[in-house]
Design a protein around this ligand. Structure first.
Ligand code: NAG
Length: 356
């Protein structure tokens, strides 16, 4: 109890000591390969990464060949983990150099060491996924150039918490699809990463002085939503072999409202020319939260400005206790049994909403 309390106190102090944010700048960083050789570290470099990670790559013999659908999951995981490695490399650099917005004062060293471990762990996640691809005689996923819309520690941690929540939802889908395609040899390892990312999520939530465990049953997601969301942090055209990842990319859904823990109306925009219809009554704003049935809401157009439609819909927070991550999408139809069906008919999304 005592150590938890004092850690929260350290985190609280760290977060209240922010220097005001520098303006957001677009950067193509970090440069790969990293100083430690990633994504192609030598044997000795892997040993050093493992030391920083506090553990090793799995050393079990490779399992049976993975199905075509299983390869899609491995490619998505590699694509995601490369993005995470880029993010945490930059975050660690900012903390190490105490750039404006990243000098945490009291507790700085503790947080820096935690992020150093996370970075090495994410590198091993990426090496493991790409190793699975190479073991199946297909190309590994190569890193892109990235740009993160944050310039202070508080925003960086809020972003990390959001994309980690998307991962926690998407790995549920990956496990389901591995099992469905008979790739059962991969299910256990994914489970080990779900827990690992959950530990990270608890830390990021604690740093935001939120209750560490958000929900009894975490929000699910679908591979296409994660694939689209990650591309939001990629410099367009900079991914050498993203075309090998056969997943859908949706059109952007921009949530304008900052939501709080109450039922309310949310406003959002989308591009009319991408909707495929002018009959917006044939579309629904759909929310995916926890392990519940997708929630469908009517879209009300507020105004149209050129190609941009500004619209609103109800957000039933209180009716469904919609804490943690909610994934919003505009989909065609009026009956979706689960997140897969939402993704199959989605046009715009994912809008990522975090409450509490
Ligand atoms: C690191 O700091 C720079 C300069 O403020 C900023 O542009 C970048 O987005 C930051 N990256 C992360 C991951 O916090």
């Amino acid at each position: 109890m005592r150590s938890v309390f004092s850690m929260a106190a350290v985190a609280g102090m760290a977060l209240s000591s922010f220097v005001s944010a520098a303006p957001i700048e677009s950067r193509d960083s970090p440069a790969f390969p990293l100083a430690d050789g990633f994504p192609n570290p030598s044997h000795d470099q892997i040993l050093a990464i493992q030391q920083r990670a506090g553990g090793t790559l799995p050393n079990a013999k490779p399992g049976p060949p993975v199905s075509q659908d299983g390869l899609i999951s491995l490619r998505l995981i590699a694509f995601n983990e490369l993005f995470e490695v880029a993010f945490f490399t930059e975050l660690l650099t900012n903390l190490t150099n105490k750039v404006p917005g990243y000098d945490l004062g009291n507790g700085h060293q503790f947080i820096l060491e935690a992020i150093e471990a996370v970075l090495a762990q994410e590198e091993l996640h990426a090496l493991n996924a790409n190793g699975g691809l190479v073991g199946n005689h297909v190309d590994p996923i190569l890193p892109c150039k990235y740009s993160f819309p944050v310039s202070n520690f508080k925003d960086a941690i809020a972003l990390a918490a959001t994309f980690t929540d998307v991962v926690l939802g998407t790995l549920q889908d990956v496990q389901f699809k591995f099992a469905a395609s008979g790739d059962i040899g991969n299910v256990r390892g994914i489970g080990s990463v779900v827990g690992q990312e959950g530990e990270q999520e608890g830390f990021y939530r604690l740093l935001q002085t939120k209750v560490p465990s958000a929900l009894p049953f975490l929000t699910t997601s679908v591979r296409d939503f994660a694939f689209t969301a990650i591309q939001g942090f990629v410099v367009p055209g900079s991914c050498p072999n993203i075309d090998t990842i056969k997943l859908n990319t949706f059109q952007p859904l921009n949530i304008l409202s900052t939501l709080s823990a109450k039922s309310q109306t949310i406003e959002f925009t989308f591009d009319a020319t991408k909707a495929g219809t002018d009959e917006y009554s044939t579309l629904k704003l759909v929310y995916i939260n926890q392990q519940n049935n997708p929630i469908l809401e009517t879209i009300t157009v507020i105004e149209r400005d050129g190609n941009m439609v500004k619209a609103s819909a109800y957000f039933p927070y209180s009716e469904f206790e919609m804490n943690g991550l909610t994934i919003a999408a505009i989909a065609k139809g009026n009956n979706f049994a689960n997140a897969d069906e939402v993704a199959a008919d989605a046009i715009f999304g994912p809008g990522l909403i975090e409450i509490n």
